[in-house]
Every structure is written in C-alpha cells, then in structure tokens.
Design a protein around this ligand. Structure first.
Ligand code: NZQ
Ligand code: ZN
Length: 384
C-alpha cells in the first residue's frame, strides 16, 4: 500500500425526511442561494421540501443549470451571488448542479477569468461555503472536491478539484431518487461502477482494505442496480445504490492505490463533441480499454473476474475475456449501450476525438501513463 493522507469533511445526512433537517447546518444569518437544474425538483416535490426547510432563512434561487453544466450559465449565477450578497450556496439536484455550484463557489472571489481554474489549473485561495441535496446517485460529487464543467462556446469539458469546494453537508434521501427516469438510473449505476473500477482495476499493491471495499461496492451495484430499474419504489434498493455511489468516490477506496481515470478522460471528449451522457461514454470506453490494457491490468482483471463476477477458468485469457464480457453485459442490462455506433457517432470522429485529447494534453493516460494518443485511438476504434 502506498502512503496517503485522508480527510473527508462532508457531513452526510442520510435517509428519509432528512431534507427537513438541513437548516440547522446552515450558518446563522447566512444569505443562501439555492441552485438547481431544469425543473425535476419542481415536479417531484423536492423543491417544496427544501423551501419548507429554509423557512426563516434569507434565500434566493438560481434555476437552469443544465446537464454537463455550462460555464456560461454558471457565470450568470456568479453575477447573482454578487448582486444579492450571497454567502452560502445550496445545490439541489444531480451531479451537474452540484459541480456547477462548486465552480460558482470558486469563481466568486477569483480575480481574472474563472475558466482558467479549469483550463490552466489556476489556483484560487477561497470559495463560498456550499452544501447539497442530491437527487441522482452517480457522481460522488456530494462528498468530494471535484467538479466537471463544459464551455459550450468551445465544446470543451474540463475538470478541477480543490479541498475548498467539498460540500459542507450533503442530504441523501433515497426517496428523492424515485422520480428518476430509467435512463438516469442506468447512468448513475454505470458511473458509480466505473468510478470504483478506475481506482481498483490497475495493478496490485497489497491494499486489501481498499480492494475488498471496492469489490463489495461493485457487488452491491451488480445486485441492486437492475432492481432499481424493475422495482423503482424499493427504498432499500435506492438506499444501497445511493450510498454505494457516494462511497465509490468520496476518496476512501482511492487512498494508497494507483488510479487510472483514462476511461473518464476519453469519455469527457466524447460528451464534449457528441453530447452523449457522461455514463454512456464510460460504458462505451471501459470494455474496450479493459481489452486494450489486458496485459498491464492482468492480475487485477483476474481478481475482478473471480471475486466479483464469480468466474473460473484454467485459461487466464479466457477468464479475462469473460470478465470483460460480463462487464459489458451488465452495462447493457442497465440500459446503457456500449458501442459508439449505438449513439450515431461516425467512425470518422475517432480522429477528432484523439486530436482533442492531444489538445488537452491527455497524452499519457492510465495508471502507467502508457495510454498515448495512438492507444486511445485503438481503444476508440474498438469501441465503435
Ligand atoms: O436538470 P433537472 O431538471 O434537475 O434534471 C436532471 C437532468 O436532466 C435529471 N434529474 C436529476 N435528479 C432527478 C432527475 N430527474 C428526475 N428525478 C430526479 N430525482 O437527470 C438529468 C441528468 O442530471 P445530471 O446532474 O447531469 O446527472 P449526473 O448526476 O449523472 O451528473 C453528470 C455530471 O457530473 C459529472 C459528469 O461529467 C457530468 O457533467 N461528473 C462529476 C464528477 C465529480 N464531480 O466528482 C465525477 C463524474 O465522473 C462525472 O464526471
Ligand atoms: Zn464518472
């Protein structure tokens, strides 16, 4: 196991009815801006619950943060924060709303062009405090310091991370997820699954705690994910999926181990150019990447196949093939197609995607830094 330091400062308020408790965690006298997306919280009752919980607090709202949150929209929110003297942000929605709110928090006191936080890794020294009510289990953003933002005008999707933008608290009420359409249920399970894989499926470093937790989370998603589609009002299923998605990317399983993230980086370029949902890109790239990197990931692929998929074979190559096939089949069963052509992306766009990776300097991806643009091309071609 490698050396590490670990701290996760986000307080979790988990379970039915927890929205009603959120006001006690907001600093006294704060002027709050509630941020949200395209209106799902208005139709599923979450908005009303938050409004009731904010009684007695001075609050304002900013609506319209889109999936894959747009930088342009977020800068409009920054203007509202300044005009209304806001000092606390409350994001209510899915990962896009939470991620977008993190950039708002970082941009408010940033001198210069806030896009530089994403494009040039510019440092910022303060951020507004923020918290969230999460309605879509998937990204883990509710208790991490990461954010992914899209600049619509240039079709770029970039990430930043800072301890300053961890949510102070996150309300996770599984009942808020009952209203998710099947596509978003599938997306959420696939995204969380791939987060675990990015931190697990590298090479062994004898990190037994991290491996066993990762395998338990993967098994939970394999068992409960399909049930979330067939039994959409099953509270226990939703609760297990929601908590699995949080633990998948709250930092715990990533400490002391090598990490990959190539599937995500290649996937972000596909979303930026072709508009696929985040998890759709992961379902396309991961099986192909597992195949391409099968030598480098050999030991962990075998461990994954045996311990998680329960596979056995005397022939290691057969076992690895079966492991990749089982993973692809799981994504398909969650309703997320696994080929680029399934989404109408032309094969010729592979070259454009590779050029974008080069432009963003993603030229040494993976846990060994050996996923060069040529390797990314091979992965994308095989994913077509
Ligand atoms: O906008 P509204 O109307 O709220 O509708 C949303 C949106 O259309 C809807 N939705 C959310 N909760 C709902 C609901 N509909 C019905 N009932 C509910 N309870 O779902 C749609 C998708 O929402 P979005 O927030 O975009 O999805 P998700 O949570 O999957 O977030 C995706 C974004 O997170 C980034 C992705 O790149 C993408 O931009 N990621 C962030 C990460 C992080 N910060 O750590 C890590 C991830 O790897 C990922 O990259
Ligand atoms: Zn993801």
């Amino acid at each position: 196991m490698q050396n590490f330091t670990f701290k996760n400062p986000t307080q979790i308020l988990f379970g039915k009815g927890q929205i009603s408790n959120l006001a006690q965690h907001i600093p006294a006298g704060a002027r709050v801006l509630m941020t949200y997306g395209g209106g799902s919280i208005k139709t599923n009752g979450v908005y009303d619950q938050v409004v009731a919980a904010l009684q007695g607090i001075t609050w304002f709202e900013f609506a319209g943060i889109e999936p894959n949150p747009h930088y342009e929209t977020l800068m409009e929110a920054v203007a509202v924060v300044k005009a209304k003297n806001i000092d606390f942000l409350l994001a209510v929605g899915g990962g896009s709303v939470v991620d977008g709110t993190k950039l708002i928090a970082a941009a408010v006191n940033f001198e210069g062009e806030p896009w530089d936080i994403l494009a040039k890794n510019a440092t910022f020294t303060s951020a507004l405090p923020l918290a969230c009510v999460l309605t879509l289990p998937a990204t883990g953003t509710e208790s991490n310091g990461n954010s992914v933002v899209t600049r619509a005008s240039t079709q770029e999707k970039l990430a930043f991370g800072s301890p300053l933008v961890y949510p102070q608290f996150a309300v996770l009420d599984p009942e808020t997820t009952y209203s998710l359409p099947p596509r978003q249920i599938g997306n959420g399970v696939v995204d969380a699954f791939v987060h675990i894989i990015e931190q697990y499926l590298t090479y062994p470093v004898n990190a037994k705690v991290q491996d066993r937790i990762a395998e338990g989370l993967l098994l939970t998603l394999i068992e409960e994910g399909p049930k979330a589609l067939t039994e959409p009002k099953n509270y226990d299923v939703r609760a297990n999926v929601m908590w699995a998605a949080t633990v998948a990317l709250n930092g715990l399983i990533g400490v002391g181990v090598p990490q990959d993230w190539a599937t995500h980086m290649i996937g972000h370029e596909i979303t930026a150019l072709h508009g696929l949902d985040h998890a759709q890109t992961l379902a396309v790239v991961l099986p192909s990447l597992m195949y391409q990197q099968r030598q480098q990931k050999r030991e962990k692929l075998l461990q994954f196949g045996r311990r998680v998929w329960g596979l056995e074979s005397d022939n290691a190559e057969v076992l690895i093939d079966q492991t990749i096939a089982a993973t692809r089949d799981f994504f398909e069963r969650m309703g997320v197609p696994t080929r680029l052509r399934d989404y109408g992306v032309p094969e010729t766009s592979v070259d454009v995607l590779v050029a974008q990776l080069v432009q963003h300097n993603y030229v040494k991806l993976g846990e060994h830094g050996d996923i060069t643009p040529e390797v990314s091309r091979a992965i994308l071609l095989a994913a077509w």
